[in-house]
Design a binder for this molecule. Structure first.
Ligand SMILES: NC(=O)c1ccc[n+]([C@@H]2O[C@H](COP(=O)([O-])OP(=O)(O)OC[C@H]3O[C@@H](n4cnc5c(N)ncnc54)[C@H](OP(=O)(O)O)[C@@H]3O)[C@@H](O)[C@H]2O)c1
Length: 295
């Protein structure tokens, strides 16, 4: 018997890609997919394809109860609420509680690598959510998503225009992964029908230091790019001077600290194993993103 698959955060960049993968697979009937968002108007394109669209706000428990009704496998996409400490974990716990109340058979969740040891301020949100999911007794798939290759767009276009990339990541390495590759793995896990509980860490196939990324980006852009190695404090000062909101500065700095300390230096085969597809290599991703890199 077919199972009903639900995707939260369906208007987000990852949520849309997961829905697109599910629809493109041809293995799931659109009517067996529920896409939720705080704003269902933004899901009209999916409704036109036969996907059920429902309103769900993690800050509104009643909306979650109505939205999750009848869903067998629920993908909880972590929210972007980083502005108020504690808010995101509260939101995720509300979603987990609603999934349990709705009688879901399987919960999937987008976590992060090594949340137990990470120095990133939002790591406890992910670990707390993972633990809450495990405490329900419902079968689960935790997808510990590595950093998107797309995150590099936050720094590289500006850095290339200046010829200088300020980094506190030192010689630390990480294996960025394309968001599409995470979406493919996630869609496969959601549609798999598996009742096993498992935790996967989704990374790219190869780690790079900031210096190595700079060499690749410079080659694609045809412009010189020097990595200026700075301390956490110097990076924070530069971000403040650049006008970043105060709440986000420690988060951005912590990404570099985390990398420098080797806390995200890992490569797994999980993403390709789940999707059955070859992963995008960083040099190919950057080459396909030349226009973005050149701003
Ligand atoms: N691994 C990485 O490198 C990385 C990078 C960035 C973010 N992330 C995490 O991965 C998630 C998905 O990434 P993305 O690229 O798709 O981010 P995105 O495009 O910014 O999407 C953020 C999502 O959060 C949802 N959301 C926010 N507040 C919500 C609420 N109150 N109730 C329900 N949903 C809420 C939004 O859903 P609606 O607007 O549809 O309600 C939206 O889909 C992010 O939210 C973040 O937790 C990971």
């Amino acid at each position: 018997m077919s199972q009903t698959l639900l995707v939260t955060g369906a208007t987000g960049k990852l949520g849309r890609l997961v829905l697109d993968e599910l629809l493109a697979s041809g293995k799931v009937a659109p009517s067996d997919i529920i896409a939720t968002s705080r704003d269902t108007d933004k899901l009209a394109g999916y409704a036109a394809k036969g996907v059920q669209t429902r309103a769900a706000d993690f800050d509104d428990a009643a909306s979650l109860d109505a939205a999750f009704k009848g869903a067998d496998r629920i993908l909880i996409i972590s929210t972007d609420a980083l502005d108020q400490p504690g808010k995101r974990l509260r939101q995720h716990l509300a979603a987990v509680a609603a999934a349990q109340k709705a009688g879901a058979k399987h919960i999937l969740y987008t976590s992060m690598p090594n949340p137990e040891t990470s120095v990133i301020p939002f790591a406890p949100d992910h670990l707390g959510t993972e633990n809450a999911i495990k405490a329900t007794g419902i079968a689960y798939t935790i997808l510990r998503n590595g950093w998107y290759m797309e995150n590099l767009f936050m720094a590289l276009p500006h850095a290339l225009s200046e010829g200088k990339w300020y980094s506190a990541s030192g010689a630390g390495k990480l294996a960025h992964i394309a968001r599409t590759d995470i979406a493919k793995a996630t869609a496969s896990a959601l549609a798999s029908g598996s009742s096993e509980s498992a935790t996967y860490t989704l990374t790219g196939e190869k780690t790079h230091t900031a210096d190595e990324v700079a060499v690749l980006a410079s080659k694609v852009a045809g412009k010189p790019l020097e990595v200026i190695h700075v301390t956490d404090e110097q990076l924070a000062g530069g971000l403040k001077a650049a006008g970043l909101p105060d709440f986000i500065i420690p988060v951005v700095v912590s990404f570099d600290t985390n990398t420098r300390k080797g806390l995200i230096d890992l490569v797994t085969a999980d993403a390709g194993r789940l999707s059955g597809q070859k992963l995008t290599a960083l040099d190919d991703f950057l080459a396909a993103s030349k226009a973005v890199l050149l701003g």
